[in-house]
Design a binder for this molecule. Structure first.
Ligand code: CDP
Ligand code: CDP
Length: 225
């Protein structure tokens, strides 16, 4: 049987990773957080002081280091760089500030897209990101575009930062979330946009469980058809 593929795209803080992981648990599928892959590259740039605006420099950096992605426990994508597990460092504010610039480089995207497609050919998977339904898996079984109001997304991200020990005002968080969405939507290659055949779900006033139930229902309906 062909692998089942579920694509979940949307702006920062919409709830993609949380919901995608739970959908994967419910349906016993693999989960790939493609944002973690772009964050891995941004993390390496930050660590090595690489100029993130230079695609050539970022590419050269990747050639000098061994970056691997593995399915870790609890369905998280484990990122290992030169033998060191850096997964817990990927959501730090410094990485978030650089990642959209790194993700705009076509050759970096090509590299990661190839890995993502190869993975989805071998496994039934829930994949979340910005271009999964439009570019990476255009024939996905189910495509969801998950959104929420910017203030709510910023509030969620602020709470996440607070748990990591960082204090950012809600005003600054709204600004940074909107700025990242702008960069992700305006880039020329694989911009953040809803696929024509995606189902839009607004999670502003919805619990995580409600959104998970809605997506599981979409998958069940797709199988009935
Ligand atoms: O969790 P959050 O929404 O903050 O971001 P993420 O999913 O971890 O993605 C981090 C960044 O990686 C995004 O802002 C995009 O710049 C980039 N990204 C991308 O370009 N394409 C993807 N498929 C996934 C992430
Ligand atoms: O991956 P993305 O940036 O789209 O969002 P996330 O990292 O999955 O979710 C950001 C935060 O919002 C997490 O702490 C979730 O627990 C929370 N969340 C929520 O409160 N209500 C939802 N319906 C979805 C997520």
């Amino acid at each position: 049987m062909a692998p089942v593929t579920i694509a979940i795209d949307g702006p920062a803080g919409a709830g993609k990773s949380t919901v995608a992981k739970r959908v994967a648990e419910r349906l016993n599928l693999m989960y790939v957080d493609t944002g973690a892959m772009y964050r891995a590259v941004a993390y390496l740039c930050a660590k090595e002081g690489t100029n993130v605006h230079s695609e050539k420099d970022v590419e050269a950096l990747l050639e000098q280091h061994c970056v691997s992605f593995e399915q870790g426990e609890d369905r998280t994508l484990q990122v290992v760089i030169d033998g060191v597990d850096v997964t817990s460092r990927l959501r730090e504010p410094e990485v978030s500030a650089l990642v959209s610039t790194v993700a705009a480089h076509p050759r970096i995207r090509q590299l990661l897209t190839e890995w993502q497609r190869a993975f989805a050919e071998r496994h039934s998977v829930v994949m979340d990101g910005r271009d999964i339904g439009t570019v990476v898996l255009p024939h996905a079984t189910v495509k969801v575009f998950l959104t929420a109001a910017p203030e709510e997304r910023a509030r969620r991200r602020q709470e996440e930062y607070r748990r990591m020990g960082y204090h950012v005002s809600l005003e600054d968080m709204v600004k940074s979330v909107i700025e990242r969405d702008r960069k992700d939507s305006e880039r020329s290659i694989a911009p953040l946009r809803m696929a024509d055949d995606a189902v839009r779900i607004d999670s502003t006033d919805k619990s995580i469980e409600t959104v998970v139930d809605e997506i599981v229902q979409l998958v069940e309906n797709a199988h009935v058809r």
